[in-house]
Design a binder for this molecule. Structure first.
Ligand SMILES: [Zn+2]
Length: 349
């Protein structure tokens, strides 16, 4: 079985666990699902049997709804055992929100990549270019209207809403690290483009990969440009990172942070590459002589966007245009009014 013979992804578990429930998806690996208070309405978390305790992968959003469900899991799913450590794949609030709360409760360490730990603190503390104002300034330079900018500003620091507190100490998770969890061994591989140094975990003996947000079965991972690296090409980094997933054994069960567990990593990687390639071609065709990223948001996202979705959509539009610019398919010009405009660099057939 390989990507060319596999015609569709397979989903071995048709129904996700209900609130407070857990499903064993592989020996000693339990699937928990927690709610999210926005359009993406859930996150999957993973509880791994680890000797006389548990290793938890990701923490859920730091709100009452998730903590109430955690309390149910502590009383039932945990079967009287404690968490020995928390591993966070990356700094986003649905993954890190309860890290401080969980590590205090179990007096256990938080383990995550260094760039993710530092970024969490920078965003939560609004340091330097991680302040919301820096995002708004970047998006304004890419054509965001004053009305949409005001709506973003009114939301304030959304990160703090989902991450009310952060641990001040952690253990650094290194790329390529081997971690023993119970009697299984897991290799860490990093991914780029969605967050600074996203960690995925792979267990060869179980043929299981915890993919975090890097490989999702239905939706495409958000790839955004942010104000601290305004000229970056995170899409190129993301597409390059997907190779690690494409190379996993074809029978590998992928445990994503959103959606259902699935088999068919290589096929999903092909789909995502095709998806981004089509989007880039559409943008190139729609751009004409000169456009801003804001003008391209409706090309990339045809649905109506709420304020949070527009935030991600702006980052994503800049990421796609920056990619076209960096590979020479478009030009980017800074205008005297401070805005950036992109234009096609080659005649379209
Ligand atoms: Zn994420």
């Amino acid at each position: 079985m390989n990507a060319s013979t596999l015609r569709a992804l397979s989903f071995p578990f048709a129904t996700p666990p209900g609130p407070g429930e857990a499903i064993e998806v592989a020996p000693g690996i339990f699937w928990l699902r927690m709610p999210l208070p926005f359009a993406l309405d859930h996150i999957n978390l993973w509880l791994l049997a680890d000797g006389n305790g548990w290793t938890q992968i990701d923490c859920g959003y730091g709100d009452v709804a998730t903590r109430t469900l955690w309390a149910t899991h502590f009383a039932e799913t945990f079967a009287g055992r404690h968490s020995l450590r928390i591993i966070a794949t990356h700094y986003h609030p649905d993954h890190l929100g309860n890290a401080a709360w969980l590590t205090k409760r179990f007096d256990c360490p938080l383990i995550m990549p260094q760039a993710e730990f530092l970024t969490a603190h920078a965003v939560a503390g609004e340091h330097s270019g991680y302040h919301l104002a820096a995002f708004i300034e970047l998006f304004r330079a890419h054509g965001l209207s004053s009305e949409h900018a005001a709506a973003l500003e009114a939301r304030g620091n959304q990160y703090r809403r989902g991450v009310p507190e952060l641990p001040r100490v952690y253990q650094r998770l290194m790329p390529g690290a081997d971690i023993s969890i119970g009697d299984t061994h897991w290799r860490i591989f990093n991914g780029y483009g969605h967050s600074p140094e996203h960690a995925a975990l792979y267990c060869q003996s179980l043929r299981v990969c915890i993919s975090g947000d890097m490989l999702l079965p239905k939706i495409s991972t958000n790839i955004s440009v942010g104000p601290v690296e305004p000229d970056a090409d995170p899409l190129a980094r993301f597409l390059a990172s997907l190779s690690s997933f494409a190379q996993l054994p074809p029978e590998t069960l992928i445990l994503p942070s959103h959606g259902l567990p699935f088999v068919g990593a290589a096929m999903r990687v092909e789909e995502l590459r095709a998806h981004h390639s089509a989007r880039l071609t559409e943008l190139e065709a729609a751009a004409g002589s000169s456009v801003t990223a804001a003008e391209m948001v409706p090309v990339l996202f045809r649905r109506k966007l709420d304020v949070q979705q527009r935030f991600f959509a702006m980052g994503e539009a800049i990421a796609h245009l920056n990619h076209l610019w960096r590979v020479g398919r478009m030009t980017r010009t800074a205008k005297s009014d401070g805005t950036f405009r992109f234009a096609g660099a080659r005649p379209l057939q």
